[in-house]
Structure formats: structure tokens, C-alpha cells
Unconditional design. Sequence first.
Length: 257
Amino acid sequence: MQFDPDPLLGPDDPPPFHWMQRRPEQRVLLLNDHAGFRTPAALGDLGLPEYAWRSHIVGDWGMEALGRDLVQRLDGSLIEGVYSRAVLDLNRRPTDWDMASAVLDGVSVPANCDLAPASYAARIEAIHRPYHDEIEAFIAEMQHPNPLIVHCHSFTHCLMSSPDDPRPWEVGLLHYCEEDRATAAIEWLRQNTSYTVGDNQPYDLFERMTGSYALHNLHRDLPAITFEIRQDLITTAAEVDHWASLLDAMIKEVFQQ
């Protein structure tokens, strides 16, 4: 059984969340769970090979830039996860079995293999709980009568473990309840772009509830939008600008106050 150093986060490690913009008087809150790629100094590179640090298993490529552009357009708030999803996946619930997976898309994560339950719990306490507690406290502080939570994510054109099974979508919207206004949002994207838009794709909230949606939306009657953009389409500043402009227009029209 493998144990993490105790404490997990040292004096030179950053907090597990970062507010890029914090404006509780505004309507929109962006959650960017997988924006960060840091690891605690004590865990180093997690034993991952170099190529893995260029893949989606460590974070959502392009989301840091896109989230920071989009929050300016929406004049809202943006919180970012700081640590890599390979350390602990913030878009999971504490009861989920794969928060610190020993294998991610076919790649072994040595620092997560046979991880002791005490170390697993310590990662939750050091990284997951502060991030989500901060979000809950902020939502309680929000002053708008009808807040909107925007969950920001990106995905790959295919999984490394399934290279012959390409995903056909450029963008997908995940949804669970009527407040999410998914039908209108998906229709808007299909009418205003030539993209193939995934309806609860590439992931289905009815089959697997994501952590941030479950923790911050499921028990509230609040509108939410969870978008997934294909990572290879947000690699340049021009591409980020394009998608931020598109999402800004869609959100403002579909989720009017």
C-alpha cells in the first residue's frame, strides 16, 4: 500500500483554487475544474511519462484561456482548479471511486497505484473539499435572484485507449433537468454554426453525474450550462476568441434574465 507524504501540500504549494474574477453581485459563475496542471511538490510528476503530460488525462487543455476570455465577456466570476485531475479529479464527488484513478485512459498513474485510504482521504481534504466549499460559500453570497452556473470543459477527438473510435462532435452540451435549457442551447448552436453538436455528449449526465454539477446544481433550481469543446479546436488565441465569442452570444440569448 502506498502513502502520500503528510502533509500533502507544503509551504510552497499554492491553494487548490484560484479566483480569476470574483464578483458576487453579478449573475454568472464559471467553474473551471480542470484548468490547472499543478501537482503538489511532494508528488512530483506522479510517475507519469512525459507524453502523458501533453494529454487530456492531466487536465482540460485550452480551458484556462477560454474561461478567462469568456468571464470577461459575461462580466461574471471565475474559479479555477489549480491541481491536475491526475492528482485528484475535482469534477467528481467524494464518494466516486475514480477521483484518483490508478489508470487514466489506459495510462498507469504510479502515484495513485494502491493508494492508502488515508492518503486518498487526505487528498480530498487538501484539494477537493476546499475548492467545493469555496464554491458553495460563493453561491450563498451571490446577489442575483437567478444565478447561472457555467461548467467549462474540453474533450479529445478520441480516447487514447480507443484511437479507432473518433468522436464526431466539435462541441457538446451536458444537461440533466429542464432548468438547464439544453434544447434551446443546442438548437441555437445548430442554427448558428455548422458544428456537429453533442446532446449529452461526449458524456451523459443521466448515465454518469459529474461532481461539480451534482455538488452545486442538483439540489438547486438554478439554470446551468455544461459545455465541452474539442481540445484541438482551442489551441490558438484566434480559436479561443472564436469559441468565447460564440459561447458568449449563445449564453446571453438562451439564458436571458
